[in-house]
Design a protein around this ligand. Structure first.
Ligand code: NAD
Length: 293
């Protein structure tokens, strides 16, 4: 049993990387006489999306990235939304386009995402970018799994040869996470909602990334002593006195003294996701400048 559990502080890693990013953005501005630009499109009035978008816009400002914040009513048609994306695809000041999900009912998220040019897709979610990732030639990898890899890198956790389990198989987290771990030479298993005896699978792993989207799903008995546990889940749940608080997919209090290392919620993977969005935007800006597109 591990005596102490290292807390992998994503907020701290993101802050350190934000400072370094600010310097790289300054160099970009000096070289090309313009700022990298990120367009964030929000459709409808979902309050959670409003908060996420605000955080992304503020983060852009703090790194010197120009943001274009576009709000559209939930009544927008699919055609109008795609026309807007086409205009942003053609706008030379825009290097990255992000359509905040979920979209209101009636709009097709897959079609909207696929409308974004892969060369302007900082989320790495178009099939063009996911295909490059699978081929081992990633342009930009999806932000959340990329953020997990950067946390591991920061804390010098080498995954080569480790047995890693990813719980969840979404296109945005689980599948690209497994691919990134594989590229770093871990031996990877993907578990999901149809996996039998999940505990037997996770208990066998040296490293478990939990992205099931189920509050407090896994606890001490689901991990072997000394496991490294990355909690991607984020949920707002009711707390004492009508208040609410954030929790992850893991019952983290049970893991203290049991796991070797653990990401907290909040302050773990979440801050890294936004940081990776900014870093991917700069990567796309540099690629566009170099290719003159
Ligand atoms: P999703 O609902 O698209 O996918 C969940 C996956 O978990 C599915 O593949 C499903 O098969 C699997 N699953 C569900 N229940 C399971 C169970 N009982 N046992 C095993 N597998 C199970 O969710 P997502 O978009 O991949 O996100 C997962 C979680 O990560 C959510 O809580 C989400 O809010 C969070 N998230 C956080 C960040 C961040 O920045 N921190 C970013 C993206 C997603």
């Amino acid at each position: 049993m591990s005596k102490t559990t290292a807390i992998l502080d994503g907020k701290l890693v993101a802050q350190a990387r934000r400072a370094a990013l600010g310097e790289k953005v300054s160099l970009f501005r000096r070289a090309y006489s313009r700022s990298p630009g990120l367009a964030v499109v929000r459709v409808g009035s979902d309050p959670a999306s409003e908060i996420y978008v605000r955080h992304k816009v503020e983060a852009c400002e703090s790194a010197g990235i120009k943001s274009f914040h576009i709000e559209k009513p939930a009544t927008i048609s699919q055609e109008e939304l795609e026309k807007l994306i086409d205009e942003l695809n053609a706008n030379p000041d825009v290097d990255g386009i992000l359509v905040q999900l979920p979209l209101p009912k009636g709009l097709n998220e897959t079609k909207a995402t696929e409308r974004i040019l892969p060369s302007k897709d900082p989320d790495g979610l178009t099939s063009g970018n996911l295909g490059l990732l699978l081929a081992g030639r990633a342009r930009v990898a999806p932000c959340t799994p990329l953020g997990v890899m950067k946390i591991l890198e920061h804390y010098k956790i080498d995954v080569e040869g480790l047995s890693a389990v990813v719980v969840g198989r979404s296109n945005i987290v689980g599948k690209p996470m497994a691919q990134l771990l594989l590229e770093s030479n871990a031996t990877v298993t993907i578990a999901h909602s149809k996996t039998k005896n999940l505990r037997d699978v996770t208990r066998a792993a040296d490293l478990v990334v939990v992205a099931a989207g189920k509050p407090r799903l896994l606890g001490k008995d689901d991990f072997k002593p000394g496991a490294i546990v990355i909690d991607v889940g984020i949920h707002r749940v009711a707390h004492d006195g009508g208040k609410s608080k954030l929790c992850g997919d893991v019952r983290s209090e049970e893991l203290l003294g049991h796991a070797k290392a653990l990401t907290p919620v909040p302050g773990g993977v979440g801050p890294m996701t936004i940081q990776m969005l900014l870093e991917n935007t700069l990567t796309l800006s540099e690629l566009r400048q170099k290719r003159n597109i």
